[in-house]
Design a protein around this ligand. Structure first.
Ligand SMILES: C[S@@+](CC[C@H](N)C(=O)[O-])C[C@H]1O[C@@H](n2cnc3c(N)ncnc32)[C@H](O)[C@@H]1O
Length: 212
């Protein structure tokens, strides 16, 4: 019981630095931005195949662990551009409506995201030089290790640089003294137990994503 309380507390307080100041996540997330750039082709392929298969009227997309800042919008604008290009190529009369669900823990700076929506939309329409389908944004506070979406709500689920935040510390790694992660100096049981824990957590995570 005590352990569950501790986990719950972390999920209640954990957050990246909000706002746009010098120490904010928005200004200090170039490494994560690089990861998003490196996975661009994968995302394009996935969203293309999904859109061509389903051609949904409303395309529902979730970003799990979206944080706040330019990276949040980078993924969204890339997805919209890919789908808009497809619509043009396929000569669809209408673009879909886009519904983006921005998920993160409750202390995330959701307000920063919402405040930037106006400038994001302006920038996007300048870049695309055409009208896109209407875009809707919903903040979804809560841990992605629990149910945060009703059944069959989403077409596409994205998450970058977030799943390494485990839902719990693996049991039996108390001898990992002096480290807060798996390091070169960690005893061998640490990597074995962390791997086993990760498999369990990712299996649980995948089953939640499939439900949504
Ligand atoms: C390093 S940031 C990555 C943000 C963004 N996806 C990017 O690529 O820049 C990780 C984010 O995951 C969020 N996060 C960690 N564990 C989470 C959980 N269990 N549920 C929802 N969000 C979580 C953190 O609050 C943080 O905003």
């Amino acid at each position: 019981m005590e352990k569950i309380e501790t986990r719950k507390d972390v999920a209640q307080v954990l957050h990246m630095n909000g706002g746009t100041g010098e120490t904010s996540y928005a200004k200090n997330s170039l490494l994560q931005q690089k990861a998003i750039s490196l996975t661009k082709a994968l995302r394009e392929e996935a969203i293309t195949s999904l859109y061509l298969k389903k051609v949904p009227r409303i395309l529902s997309i979730a970003d799990l662990g979206c944080s706040s800042g330019p990276n949040t919008f980078m993924v969204i604008s890339e997805i919209i551009k890919t789908v808009e290009n497809l619509c043009r190529e396929m000569k669809h009369k209408e673009s879909p409506e886009y519904h983006f669900f921005m998920n993160d823990l409750p202390e995330n700076d959701f307000n920063s995201i919402f405040k930037s929506l106006g400038s994001f939309k302006e920038k996007l329409s300048d870049e695309i030089e055409a009208e896109t389908g209407p875009c809707f944004f919903t903040g979804v506070p809560g841990s992605f290790y629990g149910r945060v979406f009703p059944t069959k709500t989403l077409h596409f689920v994205h998450s970058s640089y977030s799943l390494h935040w485990l839902s719990r510390v693996p049991q039996g790694v108390e001898n990992n003294k002096g480290n807060i992660y798996m390091a070169r100096s960690s005893p061998s049981n640490v990597s074995r137990l962390t791997m086993r824990n990760f498999k369990k957590i990712s299996h649980h995570f995948s089953s939640l994503v499939q439900k949504s």
